[in-house]
Design a protein around this ligand. Sequence first.
Ligand code: ASP
Ligand code: MG
Length: 405
Amino acid sequence: MARIVVKFGGTSVADIDRIKNAAGRIKAEADRGAEVVAVVSAMAGVTNQMVELTDQMGSLFDAREYDVIVSTGEQSNAGLMALALQTLGVQARSWLGWQIPIRTDGVHGKARITGIETGELERRLTGGEVAVVSGFQGLGPDGRITTLGRGGSDLTAVALAGALGAERCDIYTDVDGIYTSDPRIVAKAKKLAAVTYEEMLEMASLGSNVLQTRSVELAMNHGVRLQVRSAFSDAPGTFVVKEDEIVEQQIVSGISDSKDEAKITLLRVADRPGVAAGIFGPLADAAINVDMIVQNISEDGKTDLTFTVGKGDLQSAARLLQNNQADIGYEQLVQDPDVVKISVVGVGMRSHAGVAQKMFQTLAEKGINIQVISTSEIKVSVLIAEEYGELAVRALHAAYDLDTD
Ligand code: ASP
Ligand code: MG
């Protein structure tokens, strides 16, 4: 018998009517004969509210209590969903993370799943019961509730699908799939029937908020087939699968834009061993993620170094570097928050030359200056001035023939 995991994100279970709508979809799967595990998020906005309440309590931070508080939205939604299903005549029971249990490490607030004991769950599933599971939470080694990091309900769903050997994990959300570009920017953007895990990972780390990055990694490692689809329409979504499952692979699958970038340039840095370590060490210690980096060599022993951080980290990164100016030895720090990272993503570029060149040519024809370039095996990214972001995305979408049907 087919076994599937379905996961409903915050907007798709944001109120009673939507929970009833989601319950209808779960019932439809059960009526088709599937064994169904339904993972639920908190109602949209509720987790933020809980974080806010924790902040309001004062500056004392206790990660164990934080987890107790922020995990509550998923608890009430699991109960409500089980009731909604029972009302439709479906045999259903709710499960909190600790009841299964979903075991995690002890990193409260950002725990990793270490194992899932599926025995009781499987017994219930084969007995015809739908299991409704609270996303985002687990049981730490200290016997207390842990949470899996923001967006962690995706991780719960993928981990359960892997542990239960589910044939599919459907992620119901408020978009109906993965598009070649942001449809708000490119009117001709199209929904992709399928993307590879690698492409989805690049897109997730480029700021597409559709799936939590860690959940895509886990799905890739365990070969869990994902489908991103809308909770509000019956249209098929986008499958996230292995490369060999995709019949017609394009060279470029999509153009992403990430506005959460800020640029820092250190002018006239000493050109000697240990300088990069001296710059990026303190940033790493402060958990500031650095993305693109460029450095050049110079003739007079001084060099300029440019890199990007998330917009929210710009202030603290600049302050850290200014405090360490004497140690690092640079002359001036320049910061620029008005930048955007544009990326061309596609596994097809592994075997095709000229993908980067086409990007540079297209931007040149539009008179757009490239500030920083970085590449991976399946991605080329450039940093440009924010004001040209939309123009660049539209031009690239056309240049890689993504506009055509
Ligand atoms: N409710 C949690 C959050 O907002 C987990 C999730 O929805 O995936 O981060
Ligand atoms: Mg989410």
